[in-house]
Design a binder for this molecule. Structure first.
Ligand code: SAH
Ligand code: SF4
Ligand code: F3S
Length: 476
């Protein structure tokens, strides 16, 4: 008998993608195989995101298509996992009979059992069904698991199941305790739960033993790591120092940081530890104090800038990344201009800009969504243009310099190899040598593009021997 095939799509953040890896590893251990295309899969799983309406709409539309497919293929198993499963469990269970499983984040511990149950049940339904009935909807009995917990973390991770040979994500905490008025994540992910340092070191060590050289730590407020672990003296800085000891680890990054928890201890660690990535994702969301206050972000523009001064005085080579929301309720044109000013003043290397999307159940959703969509669109466009000009300046400053690149794979655009610098800058270079994937190579940057740079591969020995060269730029 051939192995049953699954197809799993992630719609959310890095944490959502890491959860997908966990689900995949459970399914593979159970004898399932990944399908080449969704159409070939007998189990279709959607790992979903609720952060903006657009993310949810993609899933609703996919579920509409799967409903049609299931009319002619009643053995198909459809699963909704992740944040929408948490947020819309009642609707999914009561109104979407073609959905067999609804599994919230962190309830993935026995996902393989749940999938297996649904599969055998649907196979039975399909076998019993007479051809005349094929046009009817299958009324699933609803194999449903919804919940939050730490079970995801209690599963010992199978480190071999990961998308990249030399790169891996490690979730250091789940949930979020911040009160941001617009955000659904604390509802879907629950309270902050940090994992002990010893567990994280053990997992990282096993990843590195299996060939990983770059680890990115994940948390919604990753620099608040450990505050729930009373008496253990666990902080992100201490965790970075512990992981830094792993000899074969070469790069150590962490996302996403909250401005309120950027402190001297973390700045010192970033300044002192050569393996720590040279960028900091520190979303400011807005450059207007009125909007920041309305969002309950807990800082002012002045305080944000003061934290950056602290960082830059100790670690001037760190580049900054941010997220922005435009069109928050009550955001005036002047508020928005203050955001554009802040972007230019800080000179972020990269930013994500989002149009405000009301999330039912959040505090902000009680307010009138009063910035018209056309105006949100305009602000989005203006802010992106300001950021792109800055990104291009950052990219242009690299031209003529040699930088160390961790090769990630073949670029989708033109078949060249591509990878990232310690500053997370995307670099493309011509080479047919697939053996370079996973290696650290020196590249002489020759051209700056909007979102990446192009360069020439130099002889590889220098970078391979000079492990942990902390600076992105080594003058030739
Ligand atoms: N924990 C991280 C990221 C959370 S979600 C942080 O605090 O920075 C990623 C980004 O989505 C946020 O930084 C924010 O810019 C954006 N976002 C969150 N809720 C949103 C909403 N309701 N509408 C538009 N953008 C939103
Ligand atoms: Fe959402 Fe704020 Fe938590 Fe980030 S810090 S996940 S924006 S509530
Ligand atoms: Fe989305 Fe959930 Fe991540 S809402 S951003 S998948 S935590």
């Amino acid at each position: 008998m051939t192995a049953p095939k699954y197809h799993l799509t992630s719609y959310g953040c890095q944490m959502n993608k890491l959860d997908s890896e966990l689900v995949e590893s459970k399914l593979r251990q159970r004898g399932y195989e990944p399908a080449a295309t969704e159409a070939e899969a007998s189990v279709v799983l959607l790992n979903t995101c609720s952060v903006r309406q657009h993310a949810e709409d993609r899933v609703w539309s996919k579920l509409g298509k799967l409903r049609i497919r299931k009319r002619s293929d009643p053995s198909l198993v459809v699963g909704v996992l992740g944040c929408m499963a948490q947020e819309h469990k009642r609707y999914l269970v009561s109104r979407m009979p073609h959905v067999d499983l609804v599994v919230g984040p962190s309830a993935f511990g026995d996902i393989d059992d749940t999938v297996e149950m649904a599969r055998s049940r649907n196979a039975q339904i399909a076998a019993e069904r007479e051809p005349a009935k094929t046009r009817h909807e299958v009324q699933g009995a609803g194999v449903v698991t919804v919940g939050q917990g730490v079970s995801g973390d209690l599963i010992r991770r199978d480190v071999r199941v990961r998308p990249h040979r030399s790169q891996a994500f490690v979730s250091v905490m789940r949930g979020c305790n911040m009160p941001c008025t617009y955000c659904i994540v604390p509802t879907t992910r629950g309270d902050e739960v940090s994992r002990p340092i010893v567990d994280l070191v053990e997992e990282a060590q096993r990843l590195c033993d299996d060939g990983v050289t770059e680890i990115t730590l994940l948390g919604q407020t990753v620099n608040a790591y450990g505050r729930d672990l009373t008496g253990q003296n666990a902080t992100l800085a201490r965790l970075l120092r512990a992981l830094h000891e792993i000899p074969s680890l070469r790069r150590l990054a962490f996302i996403t940081s909250h401005p309120n928890f950027l402190n001297q201890e973390l700045v010192d660690a970033m300044a002192e530890l050569p393996k720590v990535a040279r960028y900091l994702h520190l979303p400011v969301q807005s450059g207007s104090n009125a909007v920041l206050k309305a969002m309950r972000r807990g800082y002012t523009v002045e305080r944000y800038l003061a934290r950056l001064d602290m960082l830059r005085s100790k670690a001037p080579d760190i580049e900054l990344h941010s997220d922005f929301i435009v069109g928050y309720p009550g955001e005036t044109a002047a508020d928005f201009e203050a955001t554009v000013d802040l972007v230019n003043r800080v000179g972020f290397a990269q930013s994500y800009v989002f149009k405000y999307s009301p999330r039912p159940g959040t505090l902000a959703a009680e307010l009138p969504d009063d910035v018209p969509d056309a105006e949100k669109e305009r602000r989005n466009h203006v802010l992106l243009a300001a950021q792109e000009a800055l990104t291009w300046q950052h990219n242009r400053a690299l031209v003529g310099k040699t930088t160390e690149v961790l090769v990630e794979g073949v670029s989708k655009v033109d078949g060249r190899l591509s990878g990232r610098t310690a500053h997370h800058r995307l670099v493309h270079f011509a080479s047919q040598d697939m053996d370079l994937v996973g290696q650290y190579v020196p590249v002489l940057v020759t051209e700056a593009l909007a979102h990446s740079v192009v360069g020439d591969l130099l002889a590889t020995t220098a970078a391979q021997e000079g492990a942990h060269d902390r600076s992105e730029v080594v003058h030739p």
